[in-house]
Design a protein around this ligand. Structure first.
Ligand code: HEM
Length: 497
């Protein structure tokens, strides 16, 4: 009996030792449990847990998520240096993510190596050149702002939940650029798509357990009676995929190779037409598969992020009436009240830019970006990082680091201005779009959109807390993006008609 007990203790001890055995010359980190590693220690806000771990283990520390070695980077310099390297531009080979794109990495967000380079380069160029369709980004966004202003005017003086009010406008702008079609903001098709895209982002956790245990993921998908949400999720992904496929098929049936492209899909189909290299990610069937995943990726990554940033902005400016007045004053002085602001006004509007920067810093909306992975064995800052290691950039930490920012928990746009408040001052630690090889592909578009929405909406409206509602807070729901908790705001029209 005693011998059995000793053997059992030894076996357990060995298991702990084996599980906490780190690769040679790997960063230090907290010990984990057999099988799950440190997954149980993440809590509901892993970005904050990592900030606490950093106090004990330093800016670069290690963890174990099931069988994956993980390093967490908390300092913006380390993140910049790491992500400048091709070796850190991989993504994890999680089964659920591969299933989403037909069994192998495709598209933009979770694609890797040659296929990713080709798809990313192409999408970047096409979005940058935008203007190949009938309208420029500015004209497309103006259509959305005009409808949004009309809708907002119907709510003047009444409590309104602002969280989901921007999705239709933002998604529609993207939809127009990519597919050439625009919908009315209350169109049931658009509303349905928004619901599915929103839940795909707000319900997914960056370190969801099923990502690390493929058998658990498969079991969950089989036991749909027990895990009803899993079934809903599968159906939602399938619906999104079918919807996008339908849009591509419509384009294929009307595509004319010698005519001017109508939108992104046409440019993509033209690229497929001219691709004869059978190993290219644009070649025939593979090209079509990449196109559908690329479209889904653009909608998933582009719509929820920009509209959630606007929700944060409305909330923060409702809480800081003085900053909101300064913003309105600048818009009135530079643009006036008789026309919509344009991108040409931007260089003359440092306070508006500072507000947007501060909203992005304070909200740190994509707190852990998207996990990277080491494509090969690599030496980084004196550590040896084996191939396959997950690399998590703690963007929340870089933007709330008390060593970098004075009073990081205070909303203060002036921190981005020179002393005379006339010039915008850059801070390298502001990296809401991440940095390096995989920096957000839609960054320029998002920045243009945020400027146009912010300046146009605060030119016209004043926003405040609901005088009869609960006290406003900056509490949020933490998923892979941080979304403000439901709250009511009241809008006031500054322009009498
Ligand atoms: C405020 C708005 C936005 C924020 C804060 C944001 C933030 C991010 C972040 C943090 C990443 C992860 C980068 C990494 O892996 O290191 C990312 C990736 C990406 N974003 Fe954005 N994003 C925004 C808007 C957009 C828009 C408008 C689009 C598209 C139209 C877009 C498309 C993408 C794509 C395709 C990726 C994957 C890039 C890759 O893996 O190569 N994003 N974004």
């Amino acid at each position: 009996m005693i011998l059995e007990f000793i053997l059992a203790c030894l076996a357990i001890g060995l298991m702990f030792l084996f599980w906490n055995n780190k690769p040679p010359n790997f960063p230090a980190g907290p010990a984990g449990l057999p099988i799950i590693g440190n997954l149980h220690q993440l809590g509901s806000e892993p970005h904050k847990t990592f900030m606490k771990m950093r106090e004990q283990y330093g800016d670069i520390f290690s963890l174990k998520f099931a069988s994956y070695n993980v390093i967490v980077l908390n300092n913006y310099k380390d993140i910049k240096d790491a992500f400048a390297e091709n070796a850190f531009s991989g993504r994890a080979d999680f089964k659920p993510l591969k299933d989403r794109s037909g069994g192998m990495p495709r598209g933009l967000i979770f694609n890797v190596e040659r296929s990713w380079t080709e798809q990313r380069r192409f999408a970047l160029k096409s979005l940058r050149d935008f203007g190949f369709g009938k309208k420029s980004v500015e004209t497309i966004v103006y259509d959305e702002i005009t409808e949004l202003i009309d809708n907002f005017r119907k709510t003047i003086g009444k409590p309104m939940q602002t969280q989901n009010k921007f999705n239709a406008a933002v998604l529609n702008a993207l939809w127009t650029m990519v597919t050439g079609n625009r919908y009315s903001h209350d169109d049931p098709m658009l509303q349905d798509l928004i619901k599915r895209l929103t839940s795909s982002v707000t319900q997914s956790r960056a370190a969801s357990v099923v990502l690390f245990f493929p058998w658990l993921y498969q079991l969950r998908n089989k036991l749909t009676m027990v895990f009803a949400y899993a079934k809903e999720r599968q159906e939602s992904i399938a619906k999104n995929m079918n919807f996008v496929k339908g849009t591509v098929e419509d384009h294929q049936s009307t595509f004319q190779k010698d005519a001017a492209p109508r939108d992104f899909i046409d440019v993509y189909l033209a690229e497929m037409e001219k691709t004869s290299d059978t190993t290219s990610s644009f070649y025939k069937e593979e090209g079509l598969k990449n196109l559908t995943v690329t479209l889904l990726d653009l909608f998933v990554a582009g719509a929820e992020t920009t509209s959630t940033t606007l929700s944060w902005e409305f909330l923060l400016l409702a809480l800081h009436a003085d900053k909101q007045e300064k913003l309105h004053e600048e818009i009135k002085r530079v643009v006036g009240l008789s026309r919509l602001p344009s991108l040409n006004d931007r260089p003359s509007m440092p306070y508006t830019e500072a507000v947007i920067n501060e909203v992005m810093r304070f909200s740190a909306m994509v707190p852990l970006a998207v996990f990277h992975s080491a494509l090969e064995d690599v030496t980084f800052k004196g550590y040896q990082i084996p191939k396959g290691t997950l690399v998590i950039p703690n963007l929340f930490c870089t933007m709330h680091d008390p060593k970098v920012w004075t009073d990081p928990e205070t909303f203060r746009p002036e921190r981005f201005l020179s002393e005379d408040e006339k010039t915008l001052v850059k801070n390298e630690a502001l990296i809401p779009f991440s940095t390096g090889k995989r920096i957000c592909l839609g960054m320029t578009l998002a920045q243009d959109e945020l400027f146009l929405f912010t300046s146009s909406l605060f030119q016209r409206f004043k926003v405040g807390p609901d005088p009869n509602g609960e006290k406003l807070t900056v509490d949020y729901h933490a998923a892979s993006v941080l979304v403000p908790k439901p709250h009511n705001l009241v809008l006031y029209d500054r322009i009498e008609e």
